[in-house]
Design a protein around this ligand. Structure first.
Ligand SMILES: NC(=O)C[C@H](N)C(=O)O
Length: 333
């Protein structure tokens, strides 16, 4: 029988109404005991790592999850993390960079309604996550939610109330799960899954800046003391205002001083390409301006934290950024 480590971190799935709003109350053991059938399918061990609303998730807590998985890596066949949905996409992306090339599946799940709610989605999500973690063709980090399997770097929480909370952005679902049946859209090449590699360090000085009409370019200088990287969410396929030269000065000043800048779009689907319009093209050739293409902002945040945790050498930052990891960006042709 395969062995699964279930790591409980909190979220709505564990929450109950305490008079002050929903807050995590149930333990991982109680959650596992609430899902019929899973103990017959696998040898299940539960580890309670924390019990928080995922609003309070932070990079050092991602490190605790990484440690729990890597320290027990050889003892289990797969890992299921119970997590709040609000920041699950960030955690899934962060773990995709912290634990790479894992032949053993690392599955995140949670729910929109607490386990104690009679109409909860918690049971089916836990059940199907375990099913997916037990399957021989599963590997690397993914989210299993409402019958969808999303690569850990491609998820976005798209809906605040519906059970169908997550979408896979700019990339197909890895699989769908109908009751007990996994229908795969993607099967990992087995040779690519040789040796798991884990990373220790993250640099959390990464800021997301969304352009809005009339936003002041002075913000770059205000951010300088606090952040090492900015992810710029431009308009459309890659528009940056040029009614004066303030953005040009701020952006080139930022990268020429050795800081990191990644350019993406605030449009949810289809990605960014600075070369299409005059309002973006002048930024497209600069070697230190990283182009996000079809990556999600969640994955960009995690990837830059990971990269800047390893190096501050611009060439190395560039190399790591354009490397495709766990499906995070389209492969360069
Ligand atoms: N559905 C959820 O899990 C939401 C909750 N606030 C959390 O992210 O922890």
């Amino acid at each position: 029988m395969k062995k699964i480590l279930m790591i409980a971190t909190g979220g709505t799935i564990a929450s109950a109404e305490g008079g002050d709003g929903l807050t995590p109350a149930m333990t991982g053991e109680e959650l596992a005991a609430s899902v019929p059938g899973i103990k017959d399918k696998c040898d299940l061990t539960v580890l309670q790592l924390m019990n928080i609303d995922s609003t309070n998730m932070r990079p050092y807590l991602w490190g605790l999850m990484r440690d729990a998985i890597t320290e027990h890596y050889n003892d289990y066949d797969g890992f299921v993390i119970l997590h709040g949905t609000d920041t699950m996409a960030y955690t899934a992306a962060a773990l995709s960079y912290l634990i790479q090339n894992s032949a053993k599946p690392i599955v995140l799940t949670g729910s929109q309604k607490p386990m104690g709610n009679p109409y909860t989605d918690a049971k089916i999500n836990i059940y199907q996550s375990i099913l997916y973690a037990l399957d021989d063709n599963s590997c690397d980090v993914s989210i299993v939610f409402n019958g969808k399997v999303v690569a850990g770097t491609r998820a976005r929480k798209q809906r605040t109330r519906s059970f169908d909370a997550f979408e896979s952005m700019n990339f197909p679902l890895l699989a769908v799960i109908h009751d007990d049946r996994i229908v795969r859209h993607y099967i990992a090449p087995t040779t690519a899954q040789a040796n798991m590699v884990s990373y220790q360090r993250l640099n959390d000085r990464v800021f997301v800046l969304k352009l809005t009409p009339e936003v002041k370019a002075d913000i770059f200088e205000l951010l300088r003391g606090h952040y090492d990287a900015i992810i710029l969410e431009t308009f459309g396929i890659g528009g940056i205002p040029e009614y004066d030269d303030s953005f040009e000065k701020a952006i080139f000043g930022w990268v020429d001083s050795g800081k990191t800048l990644a350019v993406t779009t605030q449009v949810p689907e289809e990605g960014c390409d600075l070369e299409v319009y005059q309002v973006g093209k002048k930024y497209s050739e600069h070697p230190s301006i990283l182009q996000a293409a079809d990556m999600t902002t969640e994955a960009l945040v995690a990837k830059l934290m990971w990269i800047l945790g390893q190096t501050n050498n611009p060439k190395e930052i560039h190399r790591l950024f354009y490397q495709t990891i766990n499906h995070d960006r389209q492969e360069e042709l």
